[in-house]
Design a protein around this ligand. Structure first.
Ligand code: SAM
Length: 222
């Protein structure tokens, strides 16, 4: 049996009782970065063995993981933060488990885009989760597509590309499009900045150095 286990996106208290119990009970935890996961495991006094499973090795170790599952091992997959498979490795292993008839379940739990969408105040009845835009090839065409959407859309972006991303959003969606920048959700310095794309750009340009993790929520083209 494979368990996909969401872990906190900042605040270590944001974890379910069930997630802790599953991580205690399984034979092995597959972790994106075993050092990051070990901190969480130590906090909850979980002694289960970990093994690396990340985008650079997932193709290589897939067969081995499947054979462990087929011999009856129970395994949990976690990422550094949030839900595995959401802008993180997971999809390949899940697909392979379905193909091989291996039982799996995903526990409900933390992910960055849901609190960002809800706190943004943008319509949440219809939305598109884009995650990270391609860095180079295809980025402009994706932005053109997104700008036309009538529903809210959500982007993940790294701090060193926030400014560039907001400038591109201004070019594609216009300076007056409503948007929301969510920084460091659930952490001590959580910030939610709402306004137009231009307001967010002004905020970013006024920062000495942009640090932290960001979700950008953009209103649809109404
Ligand atoms: N699996 C994760 C999830 O379920 O949300 C996403 C992992 S992805 C590699 C990391 C990105 O998620 C960050 O670059 C940022 O865009 C977003 N993110 C993660 N934690 C965040 C937080 N505490 N506040 C804001 N954004 C966050």
């Amino acid at each position: 049996m494979l368990y996909l286990v969401p872990t906190p996106i900042g605040n270590l208290e944001d974890i379910t009782f069930r997630a802790i119990e599953v991580m205690k009970q399984v034979d092995l935890i597959l972790a994106e970065d075993t050092r990051v996961t070990r901190k969480l495991l130590n906090h909850y006094k979980i002694e289960t063995k970990t093994s690396p499973f990340h985008s650079a090795n997932e193709h290589k170790v897939l067969k081995k993981v499947i054979s462990w599952l087929q011999t009856g091992k129970t395994i949990a997959l976690v990422s550094d933060a949030g839900t595995p498979g959401i802008s993180d490795p997971g999809y390949l292993l899940v697909r392979e488990c379905h193909d091989k008839g291996i039982k799996l379940t995903c526990l409900p739990g933390p992910t960055a885009f849901v609190p960002a969408l809800v706190v943004s105040g943008m319509p949440s009845h219809r939305f598109l989760f884009e995650g990270f835009l391609p860095h180079k090839k295809g980025r402009m065409s994706r932005l053109t597509e997104l700008a036309e959407l009538e529903c809210t859309f959500i982007l993940y972006e790294s701090p060193n590309r926030i400014l560039r991303c907001l400038q591109e959003l201004k070019e594609h969606c216009g300076a007056s499009r409503h948007a929301c920048l969510c920084r460091e959700l659930s952490k001590l310095f959580e910030e939610v900045i709402t306004g137009t794309v231009q307001d967010l750009l002004d905020w970013s340009e006024a920062q000495h150095k942009i640090r932290g993790e960001f979700v950008i929520v953009v209103a649809g083209n109404s």
